[in-house]
Design a protein around this ligand. Structure first.
Ligand code: NDP
Length: 445
C-alpha cells in the first residue's frame, strides 16, 4: 500500500493473489521462487507508459485526455490485454486489470504475457468522427510501444470493432505494415471469427464445467444449465453473447442492466428480445429502459443492480465492484447455487467471502472470462499464418480452452478432504506457479 498510494483496486487484487499463493510459496515446492523474490518482482509492472492525447471535437475545440499502457509481465509471451476508454480509467484500475490479465492469460495455456491500457476518454455521446480522431491521436503515441512480438492490445469497455478499426488504420499508416498488432479487429482487417462472442460464450462453458464438476452424475450431452433461472448484469459485449449462449442451452435469463438501471423480465429473454437488445446496445448505444417500455410485464429498476431477484445462477458482466456484500447476501437468501464472473473483479472481497462461506460455487473472472483473450491469442496465430479459421473451429478450440482452465482450477483449488473446489485459489495458484517458473527460468531480469 505504501508503494502504491491511492491505488486501492490494485492493492485489493494483489492482496487476493498473494493470499492464494502464499502457503505454496512457503512450502518446499515454492521455496526456490520465494528465495528468488519472484513475488516482489511479480507485483511490479515491467513498464508503464502514460501519455497526453490531444484531439479536436466537432466544434473545433481542442480536447486533452490521458492515455496509458501498462506492460505488466512478458515472461510467457508478448504483453496482451485490452484497451478501456471510460471516464473512470485511472492508473490504479489499469494496474489491477494488468495484473489479473497476466494470470488469466497464463490460464489459457497460450503463449502470451499480460498488460492493459486505455484512456479516461468517454466515447458516449461522441460522433463517429470524434471517436476516430481520438483513436488516431491515441495511436500516434501508442504505436511506439506495441508490435506483434512486443505488445498486442485488444478491446475492452468502450473499445469494440469500430475503435479497433480506427486504431489499426492509424498504426498501419504510421508503420506502413499490415500486421496483427491488435486483436478484436473487424473480420476484413484480420479479425477472428467468434471473437465478439468469445468472452460471453466462454463464461457459459466455464459455468457448465463448474456445474458438471459439482454433479454426482454426468448429465451427458445435456447442459446442467438447462432450465436454470439466471440473473445477469451488463448489456454490453459480454452480457449479450452470454445471454445468447444461455438461451441456446435452455437457461432462462431474467435480468440485464446498464449504468442507468436493470430490467427484470420474469418470462425470460428470448432470441427476438435479444435481437432488440443487440440493436439497442451495440448499434444505437441506447438505454435498457427502452426494453422495459417495449415489452409487457417487464419491471425496470432504475439506478439498481439486478441482484435482488430470485435466481439459480448469477453472472455479473458489467464492471468492477458491482456486486457487494449485501447483494451477495440477497442472492444467497434467494437460493443462488453458482456465481460466475463475466466482468473483471465485479464481486468485492466481502461478497466473495459470503459466497465461499455459504459454499456457493464461485467462478472468478480470471478463469471464467478468459475465453475472450483465448480467442484473441488464436487471432494472433491466424494473423501470423495469414489464414482464417471457421466459426466452428474457433468455437471448438474455445470450448477446449475453457475446459482446460477448469481442470487447472480443480487441480490447484481442491479443498483437502472435501469435494468442494476453491476456484479463486485454483485460478490464482494454477496460473501463478507457471508464471513464476517462466520468470525463474529467465533469471533475474
Ligand atoms: P461493454 O462496454 O460492451 O459493456 C459494458 C456494460 O456494463 C454496459 O452495459 C454498461 O452500461 C455497463 N456498465 C459499465 N459501467 C457500469 C457501471 N459503473 N455500473 C453499471 N453498469 C455499468 O463492455 P464489455 O461487455 O466488453 O465488458 C464488460 C466487463 O467484462 C468489463 O469488466 C470488461 O473488462 C470485462 N471483460 C470483457 C472482455 C471482452 O472480451 N469484451 C474480456 C474479458 C473481460 P452502459 O451501456 O450504460 O455504459
Amino acid at each position: 500500500e505504501k508503494k502504491n498510494p491511492g491505488e486501492g483496486d490494485f492493492v485489493q487484487a494483489m492482496g487476493e493473489i498473494v493470499e492464494s499463493v502464499w502457503d505454496w510459496l512457503k512450502s518446499d515446492d515454492g521455496k526456490p521462487y520465494l528465495e528468488a523474490n519472484i513475488l516482489s518482482r511479480f507485483v511490479e509492472p515491467e513498464r508503464v507508459v502514460m501519455f497526453r492525447v490531444v484531439w479536436q471535437d466537432d466544434d473545433g475545440a481542442t480536447r486533452v485526455n490521458r492515455g496509458y499502457r501498462v506492460q505488466f509481465n512478458s515472461a510467457c509471451g508478448p504483453y496482451k490485454g485490452g484497451l478501456r476508454f471510460h471516464p473512470s480509467v485511472t492508473l490504479d484500475i489499469l494496474k489491477f486489470l494488468g495484473a489479473e490479465q497476466v494470470l488469466k492469460n497464463r490460464l489459457t495455456g497460450l503463449p502470451i504475457g499480460g498488460g492493459k491500457g486505455g484512456s479516461d476518454f468517454n466515447p458516449k455521446g461522441k460522433s463517429d468522427n470524434e471517436v476516430m480522431r481520438f483513436c488516431q491521436a491515441f495511436m500516434t503515441e501508442m504505436f511506439r510501444h506495441i508490435g506483434p512480438n512486443t505488445d498486442v492490445p485488444a478491446g475492452d469497455i468502450g473499445v469494440a470493432g469500430r475503435e479497433v478499426g480506427f486504431l489499426f488504420g492509424m498504426y498501419k499508416k504510421l508503420h506502413n505494415r499490415f500486421e496483427g498488432i491488435l486483436t478484436g479487429k473487424p473480420a476484413l482487417l484480420g479479425g477472428s471469427n467468434l471473437r465478439p462472442e468469445a468472452t460471453g460464450y466462454g463464461v457459459v462453458y466455464f459455468a457448465d464445467a463448474i456445474l458438471r464438476q459439482a454433479q454426482s452424475e454426468d448429465s451427458g450431452d445435456e447442459s446442467p444449465l438447462k432450465g436454470l433461472t439466471v440473473a445477469a448484469s451488463g448489456s454490453g459485449n459480454v452480457a449479450i453473447y452470454l445471454t445468447q449462449k444461455l438461451i441456446e442451452l435452455g437457461a432462462k435469463v431474467v435480468t440485464l442492466s446498464d449504468s442507468s438501471g436493470s430490467i427484470y423480465d420474469k418470462e425470460g429473454i428470448d432470441d427476438d428480445k435479444l435481437e432488440f437488445i443487440m440493436d439497442l446496445k451495440l448499434n444505437r448505444r441506447g438505454r435498457m429502459s427502452e426494453y422495459a417500455d417495449k415489452y409487457d410485464g417487464v419491471e425496470y429498476m432504475e439506478g439498481e443492480r439486478p441482484w435482488s431477484v430470485k435466481c439459480d445462477i448469477a453472472f455479473p458482466c458489467a464492471t468492477q465492484n458491482e456486486l457487494e456484500k449485501e447483494d451477495a447476501e440477497k442472492l444467497v437468501e434467494n437460493g443462488v447455487k453458482c456465481v460466475c464472473e463475466g466482468a473483471n473483479m465485479p464481486s468485492t472481497p466481502e461478497a466473495i467471502e459470503v459466497f465461499q462461506s455459504k459454499k456457493v460455487l464461485f467462478g472468478p473472472a480470471k478463469a471464467a472470462n478468459a475465453g475472450g483473450v483465448g480467442v484473441s491469442a488464436l487471432e494472433m496465430s491466424q494473423n501470423s499464418m495469414r489464414l482464417s479459421w471457421s466459426r466452428e473451429e474457433v468455437d471448438e478450440k474455445l470450448h477446449s480452452i475453457m475446459k482446460s482452465i477448469h481442470e487447472t482450477c480443480v487441480e490447484n483449488g481442491k479443498v483437502d478432504g472435501e469435494d468442494h473446489v476453491d476456484y479463486v485459489k485454483g485460478a490464482n495458484l494454477g496460473a501463478f506457479r507457471q508464471v513464476a517458473e517462466a520468470m525463474y527460468q529467465q533469471g533475474a531480469v
